[in-house]
Design a protein around this ligand. Structure first.
Ligand code: PHE
Length: 383
């Protein structure tokens, strides 16, 4: 016999079926005066600075577009959902943006694992999705509605492998990987391939899981192997703690990594232990080109802070989407998708963006050094 909550669950399940994933007919194309764009981001939680920065850059682009009259004669409405940096939440909020809000396209995410959660949902519903900053190759492999405006990790891994071999002149390196993160696993793999191809040796490999706080066991093993550098393809919260604990164990060799290091919270966590460490990323606000300086000026005026890579990529993702909608003069998803796929030399603040056959952008990487508690520009590496 069914209890009352049995009935309740059945009713709930029926409700869930009714609010399936099909785009409702009442989207912005149905005579409304706004054009809805969805965004999902880690506004809170362990990667909060990723989502905050990316959102601020995205919002700045939308504000500029609206100040210029909007799109297709309509104001753009940016609907932003917070996934709290938590696994599972991106799928939930992206389903909501598509089925309840009726957005025309989705912008997000920074972290590859979260983009990978949302991409199949966008693909199934034929909603174009642009990841501003996810670099794992699998993201766009999900399908032909999934794009990104950043480079991918086979490139980023090679850049840091060459930098370690040729500039830092490292021979024996240890790698410390976050096995819960698609980004970390991918970047570790591509770095190792590049570093060994260049004649270097990987002499120790250790793992952790995002959210861990104690890295002493892994660092003790790494210390025993006596490497002359440690590659940590992680996110800033763990990277800061790893640098700190490495210093406390007396490890004095450089630690280096990828774009996941970039955060205004990295130095507050890792402090002086990070001095002389390096990471690769997509953008430097110290770039003197007029496009970058103009963006930096606009961002500072609005937020009273200097933009980082996530902010710049968020801005570029929104601007490139707008450009494609403008070109097609419609909100037809197939047409928007085709226009995105055909983007060529789009002038982004993170460089010119051309979509390749796999919907990825091929762009230069920037290497930064942590010096006097600040991120200092070292060099730009072109593909
Ligand atoms: N590339 C990282 C990922 O795919 C995210 C990231 C991009 C973090 C840019 C910081 C800056 O997970």
């Amino acid at each position: 016999m069914k209890t009352w909550h049995g009935h309740f669950l059945a009713a709930l399940a029926a409700g869930l079926f009714l609010t399936g994933c099909n785009k409702p007919p009442t989207g912005s194309d149905a005579g409304s005066d706004t054009l809805k764009i969805g965004e999902f981001a880690s506004l809170t939680g362990s990667e909060a600075t990723f989502g905050q920065s990316s959102h601020k850059g995205t919002q700045l682009a939308i504000d500029e577009l609206n100040a210029g009259g909007g799109l297709l004669g309509k104001k753009i409405q940016l609907l932003t959902e917070d996934n709290q940096s938590q696994a599972g939440q991106s799928a939930t909020v992206v389903r909501k943006l598509i089925s309840s809000d009726g957005v025309e396209a989705i912008l997000g995410e920074v972290a590859s694992s979260r983009s990978l959660e949302a991409a199949p949902i966008c693909q199934q519903n034929k909603i174009p999705m642009i990841s501003p900053s996810s670099t794992n190759p699998k993201v766009t492999e999900t399908g032909d509605y999934i794009f990104r405006v950043c480079f991918i990790d086979p490139f980023q891994g090679t850049v840091m492998a060459n930098f370690a071999r040729k500039t830092l002149k490292l021979q024996n390196v240890a790698v410390l990987t976050d096995v819960k993160s698609d980004y970390s696993l991918g970047l570790a793999k591509f770095f190792k391939a590049g570093f060994t191809a260049g004649g270097g040796k990987i002499i120790a490999e250790q793992n952790y899981s995002g959210g861990d706080k104690d890295f002493n066991a892994q660092l003790t093993s790494i210390k025993a192997a006596n490497p002359d550098g440690i590659f940590v393809p992680g996110y800033y919260t763990e990277v800061g703690l790893i640098a700190l604990q490495a210093k406390q164990l007396g490890i004095a060799v450089p630690i280096f990594g990828g774009d996941g290091w970039e955060s205004s919270s990295l130095v507050p966590i890792g402090g002086a232990a990070l001095e002389g460490d390096y990471f690769s990323t997509h953008f430097s606000p110290q770039d003197t080109s007029p496009a970058v300086q103009n963006f930096v000026k606009g961002y500072k005026a609005k937020y009273n802070e200097t933009p980082d890579a996530m902010a710049a990529l968020g801005y570029d993702s929104a601007m490139m989407l707008a450009e494609s909608i403008k070109k097609t003069s419609s909100t037809d998803a197939v047409k928007i998708r085709d226009a995105l796929a055909a983007e060529k030399d789009f002038p982004g603040v993170t460089g010119n963006i051309t979509m390749d056959a796999n919907r990825n952008a091929s762009k230069p990487a920037v290497i930064l050094e942590i010096k006097d508690g600040k991120f200092q520009y070292v060099e730009t590496v072109s593909p």
